[in-house]
Write a protein that binds this ligand. Structure first.
Ligand SMILES: [Zn+2]
Length: 164
C-alpha cells in the first residue's frame, strides 16, 4: 500500500478487499492509507447494506471503537454483489489516460455515484478488471486482487484529475 499511497495526494481515496461471498474489508474514512494499523478500527469489515435505513452494516471486534465507514462503501458493496470475480477495489483521486468517465460530476459517496460507477463496471469488457473514471473526481478500479490492481496501474496514474 505504501507503494501507492506513499506518493502523497492519493491518501484521500479508499480501498477494499473481498473476504467472502458477502463481506469485504474496507479502509475507514479519513485514515492515512499508508498507515492502516488496527483491524476493526482503520480497516472495517463491511457485512451488508440495509437499503431501508440507508446504512452500511459492520462487523466490529469487541473493545474496538471503529472509525467512520467510508462514504464509498455502498459503491464497493454494489460492485462485489454484482461481480463475484471482483476481489479488490481501489478508489483514488487521480487519473489515467483513455479512461471512460461517468457523464456527470457526482460528489463522493452518493447513491447516484455508486449506481453510475456500477453501470460503467458492468459495461467494461472485463468487469473484474475495470477502470472507471468519475468525472472531475477520480478513478474506481476493480481487480482480482489488490496486487493485481497495483501491477496494472503502476506508473500510469496522473495525479491531477482533468476538469472538464
Ligand atoms: Zn472520491
Amino acid at each position: 500500500m505504501k507503494r501507492l499511497y506513499g506518493i502523497g495526494g492519493l491518501s484521500y481515496g479508499n480501498l477494499s478487499v473481498r473476504k467472502d461471498e458477502k463481506r469485504f474489508w474496507m479502509s475507514a474514512s479519513g485514515v492515512d492509507k499508508a498507515n492502516l494499523r488496527e483491524i476493526g478500527r482503520d480497516i472495517l469489515m463491511v457485512k451488508d447494506y440495509d437499503p431501508e435505513r440507508n446504512a452500511i452494516l459492520l462487523s466490529v471486534p469487541p473493545h474496538v471503537e471503529p472509525r467512520r465507514v467510508s462514504v464509498d462503501a455502498i459503491e464497493h458493496w454494489m460492485i462485489y454483489r454484482e461481480h463475484p470475480e471482483v476481489g479488490a477495489i481501489l478508489h483514488v483521486h487521480a487519473w489515467m489516460e483513455g479512461v471512460p468517465a461517468t457523464a456527470f460530476n457526482y460528489p463522493c459517496g452518493t447513491y447516484e455515484l455508486a449506481q453510475a460507477v456500477a453501470e460503467k463496471v458492468r459495461e467494461a469488457p472485463d468487469p473484474a478488471r475495470a477502470v472507471v473514471g468519475l468525472k472531475n473526481h477520480g478513478l474506481t478500479i476493480t481487480g482480482r486482487s489488490l496486487d493485481e490492481i497495483l501491477e496494472r496501474i503502476e506508473g500510469k496514474l496522473i495525479r491531477t484529475v482533468p476538469m472538464v
